[in-house]
Design a binder for this molecule. Sequence first.
Ligand code: B16
Ligand code: MG
Length: 219
Amino acid sequence: MMLRVAIFDLDGVLVDTAKYHYLAWKQLASELGFDFPLAENEKLKGVSRMRSLEILLRTGRMEGRFTASEMAGLADRKNERYVEYIKKLGKDEILPGARDCLLRFRELGLKTALGSASKNAGVILDRLELGSLFDSIVDGTRTSRAKPDPEVFLLAARDLGADPAVCVVFEDAQAGLDAAKAGGMRTVAVGQPGDLTGYDAIVDGLHEVDPEDLVRRFV
Ligand code: B16
Ligand code: MG
């Protein structure tokens, strides 16, 4: 079946916000009295805010120490810091090739969608002036189940009246690739072969994607 929909993850695919997530988590860790090394940040990619907090606390051997409402307070504290960073995002932080890739798929007649776990996707798209390039926007405010559950991508397909089999998902996180596969969609991994598995194609970034070629190959 011919491709009809291109679905894009946000953090790590369209914009490099991972560094701001990292700074905000690192600050929280330091307030709690432990260090959060950069290498550990990989584990948080594509993972929901609460799950990220659990992983962070495990790194500091502090898991299970907080009540649910204290956990919510810690997550809020991290988010306030993160929002301070992304409020200042500039268009130069759009990852190379991302804008052109969206435009080219649209010119080829495909629909485009955002499929992000982030509850801050709206602010980010506004700052980068990318919102108008999407026919459907699904983010963490519309989903109840985190990746690797396919909910986020299936909602995008439903918005556009498309069968999952005609959708391709661009993802930088393993949880996201697993979610797309579980939803019956084609996948393009954005990253390094050593870090990710179970994809149909892999690229270093969207600047390497040739939309025409992809449409021809994914039949
Ligand atoms: P927020 P994506 C994900 O976005 C990030 O990769 C992940 O690190 C973050 O914890 C998650 O969004 C939730 O973000 O705290 O802003 O709601 O990669 O699915 O676009
Ligand atoms: Mg991502």
